[in-house]
Design a protein around this ligand. Structure first.
Ligand code: NAD
Length: 523
């Protein structure tokens, strides 16, 4: 029966134990003990004590720790891949490239870039504030709570952790209860890399643990997960005025113009829709193909989809679904589309899915429209619905007709045309002639718009988002008064002249200085 696989938590002697199951084999791979709400206060005490030590280290020293972490990850990559595979059912190549390699690359980027991104920055001071200098300083926020999902349990925990750490914060991670062994692995890796105790702690459990951690008043929350949970987290954070970043859902469009490299676009669509069994926030979930190439595109797509290998060996392309609940969501959306007139062009009809089976054969669906859930709601499974379009206007309107705005792609041999199309898409990320991949460039900020999320991480802004920005101005303090201080008597007309001469139609440096002297004479 679909849904029997994760039957947790189990009650233990002193609380709940979360059983981790390999979704591809339905075998138990371990157990994690739930962090009880009573333990949360102690975790914050430890985190705040460690903050004193960690934030006090020079940036170069924190980077040295991150370098040791990177080397540990390289040494342990096979072990990490095995645990990710067993926890999620994804293929080894995907575990290695989209989880382990991405994290290693992000750490390497931070090692190089943090000294620039987090250094104190001098900025200009306008002439009206003459005699002063200005700069921005980045300081750690304190203890950051990171709440992560199950689809990329390693990457989506580790990248925010290392970005928070480099800024001098301590971290409490609450990984998904669906993949608890990854939280345990992360704890071990930080210990192995020699991080000071208490700098990174992991709390195990589900929504109750997450809620208790928010009640504990972290200094910042970085959340990755679904829109409904994001709304709860934002509400709870707002009650306590805790700043947040929310990385949420997607329903990403792919637009293929007639002048695109069709072979490449076909392969891109298959990978974009079916990698990680489609359980990617930036999966291609809506494909719009120009009518004049639609028939040829469809033929090739269906043919190539038939070549994909599903399983868990090193040669396989598509692994299993991770979470039985998600299988039900996918089934429900596909059934809704088929009931409303959609046509299954490839893949097994949901009526024939074996209950409890976590491998969904990739589905290609035609005759869809925007009334169907499959074109409106996040599917998060290996499903590719396709529509034909006639004009660019129509394609862009269809792509923008969504609550989400995480990523989008445009395929054309005319790069200028691609850039113009992308400029008209309401999206946090966009790719021309590729899919998803912006997230792999650590120099680019990553975040969604609309229900795709609020805020961004990755890139310089990511490191900065985990910091307090203090804007500072310095005056030598030698003058007795300032032009804008009391008394105001006789200053109004002089200020009005200063504004006219400096920002008005007839700009005059001489009039500006005359007005300035008049004001200073009033002191
Ligand atoms: P989810 O929202 O169910 O859970 C995410 C995390 O929130 C889990 O750790 C869960 O235990 C915790 N949680 C749930 N309720 C909570 C509460 N009330 N208080 C505190 N914590 C709570 O999401 P999921 O099913 O694990 O992940 C899939 C979703 O994540 C999809 O919608 C996907 O699009 C999204 N996602 C987004 C990105 C991105 O970068 N934008 C990346 C990956 C996944």
């Amino acid at each position: 029966m679909i849904g029997k696989i994760k039957d947790w938590p189990n009650e233990g002697e002193n609380g709940m134990r979360w059983t981790a199951t390999n979704p591809a084999t339905n075998t138990v791979i371990g157990e994690a003990e739930e962090t009880l709400p009573e333990a949360v206060e102690g975790m914050y005490t430890v985190a705040r004590r460690s903050f004193g030590v960690w934030a006090g280290l020079p940036l170069s020293e924190r980077i040295r720790y991150l370098c040791k972490l990177r080397l540990t990850l390289v040494e342990e990559m096979n072990k990490i891949v095995e645990m990710i595979k067993a926890s999620t059912g994804k293929t080894a190549v995907e575990a290695l490239t989209t989880e382990v390699m991405t994290v290693i690359d992000s750490i390497s980027h931070i090692e190089q870039r943090a000294p620039l991104a987090l250094r104190t920055k001098k900025v200009k001071t306008p002439i009206t504030l003459m005699g002063k200098s200005s700069y921005i300083e980045y300081k750690p926020r304190g203890t950051v709570l990171i709440i992560s999902p199950w689809n990329f349990p390693f990457q989506l925990s580790m990248i925010p952790i290392v970005e928070a750490l480099v800024g001098g914060n301590t971290v409490i991670l609450k990984p998904s209860e669906v993949t608890p062994m990854i939280g345990i692995l992360i704890e071990q890796l930080f210990e192995q890399a020699g991080f000071p105790e208490g700098v990174v702690q992991v709390a195990h459990g589900g929504k109750d643990t997450g809620a208790a951690l928010i009640e504990g008043q972290p200094d910042y929350i970085h959340f990755t997960g679904s829109v409904p949970t994001g709304k709860i987290i934002q509400t709870e954070a707002a009650k306590r005025l805790i700043p947040t970043t929310l990385e949420l859902g997607g329903k990403d469009p792919m637009i293929v113009f007639a002048d695109a490299n069709i072979e490449r676009a076909v392969q891109g669509a298959l990978w974009g829709a079916f990698n990680n069994s489609g359980q990617v926030c930036m999966s291609v979930e809506r494909l719009y193909v120009e009518k004049s190439i639609y028939a040829e595109f469809m033929d090739r797509l269906v043919q190539e989809a038939g070549r994909l290998k599903q399983g868990t060996s090193l040669e396989d392309d598509i692994g299993s679904m991770t979470f039985s609940k998600q299988v039900r969501v996918v089934k429900e959306q596909v059934e809704d589309a088929l009931n409303k007139g959609a046509v299954l062009a490839a893949g097994k009809h949901p009526d024939k899915w074996e209950e409890g089976h976590m491998f969904i054969q990739p589905l290609i669906i035609t005759n869809v429209d925007h009334r169907m859930k499959i074109m409106r709601e996040e599917t998060f499974g290996p499903v590719l619905p396709i529509m034909a379009f006639e004009t660019e206007e129509e394609a862009l309107a269809l792509a923008n007709d969504s609550r989400f705005g995480l990523n989008a792609s445009v395929w054309t041999s005319d790069i200028e045309r691609g850039k113009q199309a992308v400029s008209r898409l309401v999206t946090g990320n966009a790719v021309i002639n590729d899919v998803i991949i912006t997230v792999a460039n650590p120099y680019l900020p990553y975040g969604g718009v609309k229900e795709g999320g609020i805020g961004a991480y990755h890139g310089d802004v990511g490191m900065q988002s985990f910091c307090i920005q203090t804007s500072i101005m310095v005056d030598k303090g030698t003058k007795l008064s300032e032009v804008n201080w009391f008394p105001y008597e006789g200053k109004y007309e002089a200020f009005a002249e200063l504004i006219r001469s400096f920002w008005g139609r007839k700009r005059s440096w001489r009039s500006f200085l005359r007005a300035y002297r008049r004001i200073t004479a009033k002191k």
